[in-house]
Design a protein around this ligand. Sequence first.
Ligand SMILES: Nc1ncnc2c1ncn2[C@@H]1O[C@H](COP(=O)(O)OP(=O)(O)O)[C@@H](O)[C@H]1O
Ligand SMILES: O=COP(=O)(O)O
Ligand SMILES: [Mg+2]
Length: 556
Amino acid sequence: MKSDIEISQEAKLLPIQDIAKNLNIDNDDIEFYGKYKAKFSHSIWSKTASHPRGQLVLVTAINPTPAGEGKTTVTVGLGQALNHIGKKAIIALREPSLGPCFGIKGGASGGGYAQVVPMEDLNFHFTGDFHAITSANNLLAAMLDNHIFQGNTLNINPKKIVFKRCMDMNDRVLRHTIAGLGTDKDGVTREDGFVITVASEIMSILCLAQDIDDLKQRLARIIVAYSYDATPITAADLQAVGAMASLLKDAINPNLVQTLENTPAIIHGGPFANIAHGCNSVRATKLALQLADITVTEAGFGADLGAEKFFDIKCRMSGLQPDCAVLVVTTKALKYNGGLGKEDWSKENLEALEKGIVNLEKHIENLQKYGLPVIVAVNAYITDTKAEHQFIAQYCQQRGCRFAIANVWEKGGLGGIELANEVVATLSNEPAQFQLLYPDNLSLSEKIEKIAKEIYGAKGVTYSNIAQARLQEIEASGFGHFPICMAKTQYSLSDNAKLLGRPTDFSITVREVYVSAGAGFVVALTGSITTMPGLPKIPAAMSIDIDNNGNISGLF
Ligand SMILES: Nc1ncnc2c1ncn2[C@@H]1O[C@H](COP(=O)(O)OP(=O)(O)O)[C@@H](O)[C@H]1O
Ligand SMILES: O=COP(=O)(O)O
Ligand SMILES: [Mg+2]
């Protein structure tokens, strides 16, 4: 099998205006970024407002192994397969972060014959959105420190600065930094630090904003610090909003590209699902729904993270309502959850499969709590055996759960026909009764408790003293109605990456809580999760290269 990038580079792409034309979009409503990429123009919203809304399919997964279980790949493959069976389908995905590209996971354009292309453009720089977000974020940080240096009329307590600089890279040494070293002309010395761009509040704001006015109102609400008398200091107080929003003029518009089989793909925003809300932008999803009969979109990592936040944050805020969920499972992730090491994942082991399948059981139960019909999709690896697939199929049949095998990595859309037919049958015959997990008017701790107990299976939640105090402050400041964005390891239903399968008799430890007043949610940091990941011992970056003709290799 060729590598992802070889397959991508051999693809026969259509010029992006042809992809737009197939969506009845004319050139006036898109801005070209070369031959194969475009951004939708502001004019597209009025042009599509009267279109009938299509149906929305969410692709999620069980708890993953470090390499991922193929949600993006299945999303792309399903989109391609739906077009094969005559449906007008579109996919809506997040933009990849450079962090994982150069780290462990690699890119986020899918894989094999189910990829968004051109994959090297998508995975590197794309249309500049992440650079714009990074600049807007760091402009605010610069204006904050400059305000303190220039006399601090807002009486900001440098020890109570909560806003961090960001960079789209895995760089652990930036987690804790000292800013303002040098002479008194070099600024006020203080502790600082960076988050990765995909965990910044501005990334979440871009993904949740309805339009430029909403973007500006959200940016204005960002709390950057507290004054000596504990008053929240916002981006509006620093008069930074107009400049930040201007930097995001183009980034707020979704991007149009295509898959290997010319299925349209709307790509926009890129928050991680373990340390942020993990979904592409509301604008991209809403636009896709106006342009096609079926939109297939993805939420990051397992359903305990991306799907929960897709429902309880993105859908809550936008009014979006999913019509069904595709729950991706792989034999390797089930074996991993059954306690098998990586070296044994490619060998048949029904015993480990049976031990680990309790993880699938919990995620099926969780998705049904949201009132959604669930289709379990096995993302087939070439090392899988028939016996393994039959075992999973029987398990699902016993639970009255729809099931399909997806061979989309190996065969592209033709490998996803069974899944596409299951999705179409579900959308036609099983209307969703979508409901959120919790109402706005629960207290913040009740919301955290509900997520921990109902979705993770925890027996309870413990808080550090500082988290406990912060929760009370946030409630007292009037943010108690906000939803919760849980930051947790993706490898376990618990906050301990080593507790695999379906752990019981565990508590979730919330060590830190902060309000993202602009994004409109409260973040609860659990376990040892960090908002600035580090590179592994052998970064994927070491295998990436470029030849004299500009051809990149080693990116996957
Ligand atoms: N069926 C498969 N066989 C082999 N490799 C796969 C398969 N599905 C996905 N991959 C690879 O696994 C990695 C993760 O896939 P991805 O779709 O990004 O997963 P997720 O979105 O769940 O993180 C990618 O490198 C992809 O090419
Ligand atoms: O935020 C994580 O997304 P993936 O699960 O698609 O890697
Ligand atoms: Mg993905």
